[in-house]
Ligand binder design. Structure first.
Ligand code: GDP
Length: 421
């Protein structure tokens, strides 16, 4: 299964709509729960006379982790289909979801949106769909869940589908890139097998839809961008910056530049999983050593790129943002902390240039006095310290950010253009 292309999959949706249950069901149906783990539980379940003990086990296990306060309960689980090897990435609702998505730690390629048929679009459905769209999810599979509760009624399914379509249009998500499936994560309808309960439905079932997703293109052809996570000093080697290659290739012998620290040199060695390698590619977490670079020359938040096409440094940049939650209003001069790749920099929103109508993408108001929760806007931003960031249209991996203030994520956005000093 390691040979199959990899997909990072986010499971998003309102609380209690069935995300964990769906993850349990996917792991169970794809045989991803280790045999010994199932065996262990089999007897116990049989003693208690529980039917469908295996699935019950998976769910008990997830519930147990949840009770122990394990925040990664449904994240970092893995399963595979004929085509792909899937990793379920950190989910919204977990504290660090937005931050992780932006730092690339859990950049999802595609997402399954879970919407309970008996509840329809709820506040977190909106928030997550918006985030998914802003952070560059390619395709969305919408599981209209808990169909068992609504007696598998086609009319209810259709109502929910139309609500979700309206929401997708609002955030300018192309509804052609979304697939809708009536499911019950709990009963297993239309997950691995076509359900007899929904004979009015003839589209793909969930595992088919996952299997038929398009393969993510690894951004190997782009220029190297490697945001630095940490910098170590290792005896016998010297200064070792570590980080994840976001785009392009890192080769020994390359001449590289670190921005905004503005230093550079030749790559001497690259190490991955405690072994020396000649080359690293997108997704690889590496430590490397650059001739002439000392520990204090570079820092977390720097981006490493080719010396002849160094990472951009913004004096100001323009961006499209969406305000997710702010207790009052945002006006010119607001200076929260921007989280972009591994950098955290206070930035001033110098001007709010336009308010955008989310349903059409058109300018709704030029130079508004303020924006508030739910608003989308074009803004001009001035970092208070040098920040390396790229237009999302050129290097999407380095072009999105979250805005945080008072311990919460206020907004998320994408860079439109960078004005260098
Ligand atoms: P999450 O908060 O989105 O992860 O939701 P959970 O997976 O924890 O599910 C919330 C509740 O809904 C639990 O009691 C589940 O057993 C129940 N649930 C989830 N999916 C289904 C379903 O398809 N049908 C029914 N009847 N209940 C479900």
């Amino acid at each position: 299964s390691e040979d199959k292309p990899h997909q990072n999959l986010a499971i998003i949706g309102h609380v209690d709509h069935g995300k964990s249950t769906l993850v349990g069901r996917l792991l169970y149906e794809t045989g991803s729960v280790p045999e010994h783990v199932i065996e262990q539980h089999k007897e116990e379940a049989e003693e208690k006379g529980k039917g469908g003990f295996e699935f019950a086990y998976v769910m008990d296990n997830l519930a147990e982790e949840r009770e122990r306060g394990v925040t990664i309960d449904i994240a970092h689980q893995e399963f595979d289909t004929d085509e792909y090897y899937f990793t379920i990435v950190d989910c919204p609702g977990h504290r660090d979801f937005v931050k992780n998505m932006i730092t690339g730690a859990s950049q999802a390629d595609n997402a399954v949106l879970v919407v309970a048929a008996d509840d329809g679009v709820a506040p977190q459905t909106q928030e997550h769909v918006f985030l998914a769209r802003t952070l560059g999810i390619n395709e969305l599979i919408v599981g209209v869940n808990k169909m068992d509760i609504v007696d598998y009624k086609e009319s209810t399914y259709k109502e929910v589908v139309s609500e979700v379509k309206d929401l997708l249009k609002q955030v300018q998500f192309n509804t052609d890139d979304a697939e809708f499936i009536p499911i019950s994560a709990f009963e297993g309808d239309n997950i691995a097998e076509r359900s007899d309960n929904t004979d009015w439905y003839d589209g793909e079932i969930l595992l088919e839809a996952l299997n038929n997703l398009e393969a993510p293109e690894p951004p190997t052809d782009a220029d190297l961008r490697l945001p630095i996570q940490d910098v170590y000093t290792i005896s016998g080697i010297g200064t070792v910056p570590v980080g994840r290659v976001e785009t392009g290739l890192l080769n020994t012998g390359d001449n590289v530049s670190f921005q905004p620290s503005d230093v550079g040199g030749e790559v001497k060695t690259i190490e991955m999983h405690h072994e020396e390698v000649p080359q690293a590619e997108p997704g690889d977490n590496v430590g490397f050593n650059v001739r002439g670079i000392g520990k204090d020359d570079i820092r977390r938040g720097d981006v490493c790129g080719p010396a002849d096409d160094p990472p951009s440094v913004a004096e100001t940049f323009t961006a499209q943002i969406v305000v997710m939650q702010h207790p009052s209003v945002i006006t010119d001069g607001y200076t929260p902390v921007f989280h972009a790749h591994t950098a955290q920099v206070a930035c001033t929103i110098e001007s709010i240039d336009a308010k955008i109508d989310p349903s059409s993408g058109e300018v709704a108001e030029e130079n508004p006095d303020f924006i508030q929760s739910g608003d989308a806007a074009k803004v001009t931003v001035r970092p208070q310290k040098p920040l390396s960031i790229e237009p999302a249209s050129e290097i999407p991996e380095l072009g999105s950010f979250a805005i945080r203030d008072m311990g919460q994520t206020i907004a998320a956005g994408q860079v439109l253009s960078v004005n260098e000093p």
